[in-house]
Design a protein around this ligand. Structure first.
Ligand code: NDP
Ligand code: OXD
Length: 315
């Protein structure tokens, strides 16, 4: 068995050393090493180059460091029929829930407004709407969306969720499919995007969506959008317009149409836009090595791979 690491923006050598220690007796190579493409049976991958799979004619499985596989599925050299297993573990999930909770409470408690007042040396007593009277709507009720809900519930938020297929989650008003999207938006003060990027969800965070959100919440400043899904979900020109004309009160963005966010993006300068550089839920090296080493050992022993992507669905 030979495992190839193809990880852009990560320390490939360090991850390879981790896999080599966890998989004694197996060959682990990086793109910088000498290897015969025909001997590669597993590839562990993030941000694939266009020719990432060229010559890998004996692949048994593709292991995605990312929980999101949109870039992989778009890759022109992706071979048909090879199963793709994506990363899904507690550590990553809890990091995302931290991010969502931190952003939601920041907006609901008006910390954003108080910071601006502080900078202007203004003493102004604003009283935030309580969590129980603030509705958070989660787009995507998969592994990340349901865990974010679990954490938000503890804080007492009114919760709504939207998914492709119908769901029942205790204490959450759920909506499904395109036909219930408007009803979902109409009762949402804080919209959180945790969808995968697919042909159906591309550009879903657009001006029309923003203008259908509930008005009057978050101290009357306008609804809030939190996007930790993918940059392809958001139309940035629409975000700039909505954040400028009051259709949105604020946005927290972790992902962007182009990453790194270009220097000339108008989003940088908007004081109601809160930018993080795609760090909401980074994959941990320790848990990543453990998760995929076990996946390989299990698969070699005839057991199924974890979190296999449905290529026709796109996630
Ligand atoms: P899952 O596959 O577990 O869940 C996806 C959810 O989205 C499901 O509930 C699914 O509905 C729903 N969905 C998919 N398509 C549609 C649609 N057309 N309309 C309505 N709902 C839809 O994904 P995860 O929760 O694990 O991850 C979500 C995304 O988060 C990833 O794809 C990735 O892009 C992003 N991510 C971002 C990170 C960051 O650091 N910013 C880190 C990790 C992930 P149903 O349940 O009906 O199938
Ligand atoms: C992921 C990410 O998909 O970090 O895991 O964006």
């Amino acid at each position: 068995m030979a495992l190839l690491l193809h990880l852009a923006d990560f320390n490939e050598r360090r991850w390879a050393d981790g896999f080599a220690a966890a998989l004694p007796g197996h060959k682990v190579v990086t793109r910088a090493d000498a290897y015969d493409p025909k001997e590669i049976e597993y590839i562990f991958i993030w941000k694939p180059k266009p020719d990432a799979f060229a010559g890998l004619s004996n692949l048994k499985a593709i292991l995605s460091l990312g929980a999101g596989v949109d870039a992989l599925l778009r890759n022109p050299s992706l071979p048909d029929g090879v199963p793709i297993s994506r990363f899904m573990d507690d550590d990553l999930t809890r990091r995302m829930s931290d991010y969502v909770l931190a952003q939601a409470t920041m907006h609901q408690r008006l910390f954003t407004r108080f910071k601006r007042d502080q900078q202007a040396r203004v003493w102004k007593q604003l009283y935030p709407a309580p969590a129980w009277d603030t509705s958070v709507g989660i787009m995507g009720l998969g592994s990340l969306g349901t865990d974010a809900i679990r954490h938000l519930k503890v804080f007492g938020y009114k919760l709504r969720g939207w998914s492709r297929t119908e769901k029942q989650i205790e204490g959450v008003e759920t909506f499904a499919g395109a036909e219930q999207f408007d009803a979902f938006l109409a009762g949402t003060d804080i919209l959180v995007n945790l969808l995968p990027l697919t042909a159906e969800t591309q550009g879903i965070l657009n001006f029309e969506t923003f203008s259908k959100l509930k008005r009057g919440g978050i101290d009357g400043t306008g609804p809030v959008v939190i996007n930790a899904g993918r940059g392809g979900h958001q139309k940035e020109a629409d975000l700039v317009k909505a954040l400028t004309d009051g259709t949105l009160g604020a946005a927290s963005l972790d992902v962007f149409e182009v990453e790194p966010l270009p220097q000339d993006s108008p989003l940088w300068a908007l004081d109601n836009c809160y930018i993080t550089p795609h760090i909401a839920a980074a994959s941990s090296e320790r848990t990543g090595v453990a998760y995929f080493s076990k996946a390989i050992v299990d698969f070699e022993a005839g057991r199924p791979l974890p979190s296999v992507v449905d290529r026709t669905r796109g996630y």
